[in-house]
Design a protein. Structure first.
Length: 293
């Protein structure tokens, strides 16, 4: 049986640490950190994530601003909003929730964000710095996974890590961070994706698997090595009429099977998801500190 990597408890601990830091700032007469989130359109999952980010800010004493824009907004209108946020001195950082509607070019939008306020770490400058192992903002989901490994003192140095999925938000940065110098880090990394052949042969060799694919129950017990560390980034909504919300959240990992073989495993929900939010808050505190000095 495996040990649970409890993202919920760990994220609560990080939020408590941040709450204390905010209290110190405000008792010294300083303003609290301020995060803004831009949400374009009404995608259900995005609404949930952004709502959760804003609520977490309020809980720890950060200021937060939610900017909701209609999905018919033009790219230029969105760029004008970003320009305003870039210039707003009361704001330490902001995010533009992805995905964006099809008529808006994501690359252009992310490139328009001031890298100093890019607490998602998606701007090419920040992504490049991350790849070079320089100080920057690290994308919240992979950052949360690294933090979870760190707080559970799991040593991945020299181990074989297999990442499934090459998205700009999770898989690609994850592969870079796992291989970067540091602790956690120094892993030997294989980045797999939709064109990968014989995936199961590769995952079976892995000491650590990070699955960021978005296919419910994809990773089964026959695909993993005994004693592997399993990180599940999947959060797919699957229709379920028994549930009051009409759906349940299902991970990429067949938890019931794989948890019998793994040494450590993240649950869904309560694993990577809450860590993503905690690290976004941590990045906002970092932006506050950097911009103040
Ligand atoms: N969509 C899915 N994950 C994320 C994230 O971490 N940040 C933003 N901005 N959009 C996302």
């Amino acid at each position: 049986m495996s040990t649970l990597l409890d993202g919920k408890a760990t994220s609560n601990q990080i939020k408590e640490e941040l709450t204390e830091q905010v209290a110190e700032l405000t008792s010294a007469g300083k303003r609290p950190p301020h995060l803004a989130a831009v949400l374009v359109g009404n995608d259900g999952a995005s609404l949930t994530y952004v709502g959760s980010k804003v609520r977490s800010c309020q809980k720890i004493g950060f200021e937060s601003t939610l900017i909701q824009l209609d999905d018919t907004i033009t790219q230029d209108e969105l760029l004008a909003t970003i320009d305003k946020l870039n210039k707003d001195n009361s704001l330490d950082g902001f995010i533009v929730q992805l995905p964006l509607p099809k008529h808006i070019n994501e690359e252009v939008v992310l490139d328009a964000i001031n890298p100093k306020k890019d607490v998602d770490g998606f701007h090419p400058t920040n992504f490049g710095k991350m790849a070079l192992g320089m100080e920057t903002f690290i994308p919240a989901t992979p950052f949360g996974i690294m933090e979870l490994l760190k707080r559970y003192a799991l040593d991945i140095s020299g181990k074989h890590a297999v990442v499934i999925g090459r998205s700009h938000i999770v898989g690609r940065p994850m592969s870079i961070l796992l291989s970067n110098k540091g602790n956690p880090g120094n892993a030997t990394v294989t980045l797999t994706h939709s064109r990968t052949q014989n995936l199961a042969e590769i995952t079976k060799e892995a000491d650590i698997v990070v699955s960021a694919l978005g296919v419910p129950n994809f990773l089964t017990a026959d695909m993993v090595k005994e004693g592997a560390i399993i990180i599940d980034v999947g959060i797919t909504r699957v229709a379920d009429e028994q549930h009051p919300k009409g759906y349940v959240i299902v991970g990429d990992v067949h938890f019931e099977e794989v948890s019998k073989k793994a040494s450590y495993i993240t649950p869904v929900p309560g694993g990577v998801g809450p860590m993503t939010i905690a690290m976004l808050l941590q990045n906002t505190m970092l932006a506050y500190t950097r911009n103040a000095s």
